[in-house]
Design a protein around this ligand. Structure first.
Ligand code: GDP
Ligand code: MG
Length: 162
């Protein structure tokens, strides 16, 4: 069976940009407007010759209301169907209350989680990523989805738990 990786996190942290970086092509829709990816979208990917399914989601906020609550529910379904969760954060923002709430749910899910500390575009961002150890989900993988920095190490970390 091809393992399934769910890419989740708050809106606008760079999930779709990271999905495109991993795919090596621009398929997932990237937008400056939060909540552009509304549903779960699955893509065939591979790393070092191993196939996996990458599922992009629209943004997760357990407190969301209205339209965003439905987007959020899709993220939760994606986690339920996944073998591994790639939890994406924005190092320029850090872990917010919403992140803390999602992490609690992730812990309850029992699924293995790899933390992607995205938007670590430079050394400063990489240094900031260490603050995300506080989530208690292991080593934050500093990555810049936009520039490609750290994406290979992130995928290696992902395959260590797959
Ligand atoms: P999503 O809502 O989590 O899917 O986020 P998107 O992938 O749509 O990206 C949201 C915004 O963050 C866009 O303007 C991206 O260009 C930007 N972005 C994504 N990754 C990076 C990154 O590594 N560095 C920087 N500086 N910006 C990024
Ligand atoms: Mg998106």
């Amino acid at each position: 069976d091809v393992p399934v990786v769910a890419v989740v996190g708050r809106p606008n942290v760079g999930k779709s940009t990271l999905v495109n970086r991993i795919l090596g092509r621009r398929e997932a829709v990237v937008e400056d407007i939060p909540g552009v990816t509304r549903d779960r979208v699955a893509y065939d990917a591979n790393w070092r010759g191993r196939r996996f399914t990458l599922v992009d989601t629209g943004g997760w906020d357990p407190e969301a209301r209205g339209f965003m609550a439905r987007v959020s529910a899709q993220a939760e379904l994606a986690v339920a169907a996944a073998d591994v969760v790639l939890y994406v954060l924005d190092v320029t923002v850090g872990a917010t209350d919403v992140d803390e709430a999602v992490v609690k749910i992730l812990r309850r899910s029992g699924k293995p989680v790899v933390v992607a500390a995205n938007k670590a575009d430079d050394q400063r961002g990489e240094a900031d990523s260490t603050a995300l150890w506080s989530l208690g989900l292991g080593e934050p993988q500093a990555v810049s989805a936009m520039h490609g920095r750290g994406s290979g190490d992130l995928l290696d970390a992902l395959f260590e738990v797959l």
